[in-house]
Design a protein around this ligand. Sequence first.
Ligand code: ADP
Length: 355
Amino acid sequence: MPVKIIRGDITKLHVDAVVNAANSSLLGGGGVDGCIHRAAGRELLDECRLLGGCKTGDAKITKGYNMPCKYIIHTVGPVWRGGHNNEPELLASCYRKSLELAAEHDCTSIAFPLISSGVYGYPKDKAIRVAMDTVKEYIFSHDDIDVYIVVYNRDRFEIDEKLYSDVNEYINANLPEMYSGSITEQEPRMNRDIPDDFDDYYDVMSIFSDREASVSEPLSSVQEYSTEKISFDDSLESMLDNMDESFSDALLHIIDSKGMTDVQCYKKANISRKHFSKIRSDVNYRPGKSTVIAFAIALELNLDETQSLLRTAGFALSHSNKFDIIIEYFIIHGTYDIFQINETLFKFGQATIGG
Ligand code: ADP
């Protein structure tokens, strides 16, 4: 099931379990702990008193009281002491133990703050990495929980500086002077329907459809291809007969051609099983753009292949917005880690993919 990074106040979330970055006494403190105790009310402290504290890296559960969640899971993160004192392992253990407790209590959604990244001093970029890696590993073998990583409103969200500046440079090089020219002038190179290099295009198309037979005759030019496919004399019926594969068909086809299982694919795409079965069972399913991109990333499609898959759903990547350029950056660099891509999208204030 998907993991999402969101911005907000964790005490306001309607999820089954909210995780508290507590201290070992479990008797309340500052930061998110203080916010949670204030929001939940006095009874939370009463229940916490009965728990006998909690070790670093471990987690304990209470009711949610006046908070909108059913449960609060209290975990104690490590204090940052330079990174060589088992901090990453202890922090990962906080996420794992909390997820296990949530599962034992049949929770289907859980929200984490960035444990240890406040008073305990864990550098935020490193804390996010541990959070994402640990959650990612867990949800790979557990299908039934939605996980939210909550970045507090006031906090700067940090990703790797080098990645940030590379992506930033790429956006600046590719995002047109904001709409100084006409739309036609900005028509991106990749929005073309038929690429300059037809042979490459043929290779791309062959993984998207069963049409190898129909195009097995060598086609010498783009011209020939276009005449065959989009003749203006064609009746509507024959055009409909020659309709391209639907998104759903194309997707299933590529999954097979990549030798992946459905489960491997939707998990890597950060897409829920429920969402995937809707797509699978409806040949005319109309996905959102971010869903198509999530699958393109999971299937490690190159840029042309991604454009082809997007086209089956009526979309394209362009250079007219940051979101598309960021996606293009990762595809061009062969970085297909959806979680890293989402962190970057989030950092640039863009919607994340999958889910
Ligand atoms: P720790 O002692 O584990 O470092 P803190 O509470 O000091 O815990 O900080 C953990 C993280 O939670 C920090 O990134 C902090 O900014 C964030 N935080 C604080 N209050 C909230 C809140 N209400 N909702 C979400 N995150 C919060």
